[in-house]
Ligand binder design. Structure first.
Ligand code: FAD
Length: 537
């Protein structure tokens, strides 16, 4: 069963040995695992529903609690420490376009808000009901979960948009195909959510981001149904698929999506390479990306992330020996780990691996074979469970990310991390900050930053600290000309920074699209576009 106040399935745990906690104690201090609010408390706090009765709408407390929050840090604070500030007034689980149309009609007639909900894995407040007088209905799309059509000639598959990662892949794998979209939230996130947030999978270098995979689909909007033709390319004016991508539930409910699939790869392997330091690793990865070598992913950790990854891997003896070996070979404290993947045809994969290794070697790279890559693959969807384990011991872990041109990767990564440290300093607290380049492109890369700090007895205080770090990091991102999000989207948390990225005219254009399709402002208000702009219309 899914955890109501944390990540993933209740029976899955990320075990950390005491030495790993000791590592954190040395870097941020000893922490206290303050007790969580109980499920009973949370259920009791669910207020009575303000929605009029309707056969498609459930108002039971458990449904409303389970759809109240996503996975952002403020969400976690409310779920685990309480109180949860807002709940949806009801939840609907439609199974057909006509039911979605009926919910939209009912919302328009009665004047309530409607939040499309995929897997609820948003990390930026996308699915949270806002405070206010207007009742809120969450529309859970999980019943739209089957493969509806498979066109093997064109390699196109049409799915119900509420299908989650494992169910989608299972239905394709059984027929010899894959979508290859593997965000770290794969276990719970859905196709509709990926489209609505412009998600990026870990192997997007090979398979493409969701915008490369999304060929067309069907959307129920307040103005009526919208069909997006699955054509390979088009010069028929601006591409409306691009308008839907990243629309964050504000333009309509995606009920079906046609995606570009591939046969399952002949081979797939992941490898580890150590560099003497971060700048040489970054230079190697840039050259690999610009040579257009057919890798499937490249994740280059900086020195702090490399060290922390080894410390939290939970394999003390092995790591001790690995570190000794690396030191002997003069890969000292500044060493950085690159994990890269090769996916595809065996013949091309061999060639690609050789070419990657050649570039890596020119930059001092030490090829270590597949052991690290295998461990990465095995734990790629387990890592999010680490957040549960750390929380229980009093530590909070959060991430933020951007994408910048290559020329900005080093200074941006440096300044974002520094901004987080500086923001915590007035509290007399330390924070462990590290970074990696996760998705690489010809012209730049995404910079993904993780930070770990101690919770305080007062959740408000923990929230204030997080807000200060988040704001400082966001300002550093803007200062370096980065996007406010490479893959997590805008939601509530990034909305204040969107104007800096889109500009007045761009923001007006977005606003116009939202309010043309949704003149009554029924759908997910306050997300993507700041509440003030919503209200000002
Ligand atoms: C541990 C963890 C790891 C993550 N790793 C990644 C990663 O590697 N890459 C990445 O890109 N993201 C990642 N994320 C962020 C998150 O998983 C993505 O934003 C994901 O795309 C959200 O999908 P979802 O189905 O959970 O959508 P939800 O969280 O339910 O909703 C997100 C937004 O999409 C809208 N929406 C959902 N379904 C529909 C629909 N059918 N029609 C219209 N609108 C809809 C919602 O209204 C909301 O605005 C991660 C999150 C977590 C918690």
């Amino acid at each position: 069963m899914r955890r109501w106040n944390g990540w993933g399935d209740e029976t899955t745990h990320y075990h950390l040995p005491e030495t790993s906690f000791q590592y954190l104690v040395e870097r941020v201090g000893d922490a206290t695992g303050y007790p969580d609010a109980t499920l009973e408390d949370a259920l009791e706090a669910v207020p009575s529903s303000r929605l009029p009765a309707h056969p498609l709408i459930k108002t039971e407390a458990i449904d409303r609690l389970n759809h109240a929050r996503g996975q952002s840090l403020p969400d976690w604070l409310e779920l685990r420490s309480g109180p949860i500030q807002t709940y949806p007034d009801g939840v609907a689980y439609p199974t057909s376009d006509s039911q979605v149309q009926e919910l939209l009609r009912f919302a328009s007639q009665k004047g309530f808000h409607l939040i499309p909900y995929g897997g609820g894995t948003s990390v930026v407040g996308h699915i949270n009901p806002l405070k206010g007088e207007t009742p809120v209905l969450t529309v859970d799309m999980s019943r739209f979960n089957s493969l509806l059509e498979l066109d093997e000639t064109s390699r196109l598959a049409t799915f119900g948009a509420g299908v989650c990662g494992p169910d989608l892949e299972k239905q394709l794998n059984e027929r010899g195909y894959t979508l290859g979209h593997f965000p770290q939230s794969f276990e719970l996130s859905t196709l509709g959510g990926w489209i609505a947030t412009r998600s990026s999978g870990q192997q997007s270098y090979y398979y493409g981001r969701i915008e490369d995979l999304f060929a067309g689909g069907h959307v129920e909007t307040p103005l009526g149904p919208l069909d997006l033709l699955p054509v390979p390319a088009s010069a028929a004016g601006p591409d409306l698929r691009q308008v839907l991508l990243g629309s964050e539930g504000r333009l309509g409910l995606i009920t079906r999506a046609t995606v570009r699939i591939r046969p399952q790869p002949e081979v797939e392997a992941f490898y580890g390479v150590f560099f003497h330091d971060w700048p040489s690793g970054v230079e190697a990865v840039r050259q690999i990306a610009q040579a257009r070598l057919p890798i499937s992913m490249a994740r280059l950790s900086n020195a702090q992330e490399t060290d922390t990854t080894l410390a939290l891997a939970g394999k003390d003896n092995l790591i001790l020996w690995a570190k000794r070996g690396l030191n002997l070979l003069r890969y000292g404290d500044e060493r950085c780990l690159l994990v890269f993947g090769i996916t595809g045809e065996a013949r091309l994969a061999r060639l690609a691996r050789q070419q990657v290794m050649e570039i890596a070697r020119q930059h001092g790279g030490l090829f270590t074979g597949t052991m690290i890559g295998k461990t990465w693959r095995k734990s790629r969807f387990l890592t999010p469970y680490l957040r549960n384990t750390l929380w229980e011991r009093g530590y909070t872990i959060d991430t933020l990310e951007t994408a910048v041109p290559w020329i900005q990767t080093l200074p941006a990564a440096q300044d974002i991390q520094q901004a987080i440290h500086d923001a915590m300093r007035p509290y007399g607290e330390r924070v462990l900050v590290f970074a990696h380049l996760s998705h690489v492109y010809r012209d730049g890369a995404s910079v993904y930053v993780t930070y770990i700090f101690r919770r305080t007895a007062d959740p408000e205080q923990t929230l204030r600290r997080w807000q200060d770090m988040k704001h400082a990091a966001s300002q550093a991102i803007i200062a370096h000309g980065g996007t406010i999000s490479h893959q997590h989207g805008v939601g509530l948390d990034h909305a204040p920074y969107l104007l800096a990225e889109k500009g007045e005219v761009g923001a007006t254009l977005l606003h116009g699209a939202v309010h043309t399709l949704d003149p009554q402002k029924l759908l997910n208000p306050g997300k993507l576009i700041e509440e003030a702009r919503d209200v000002a219309e």
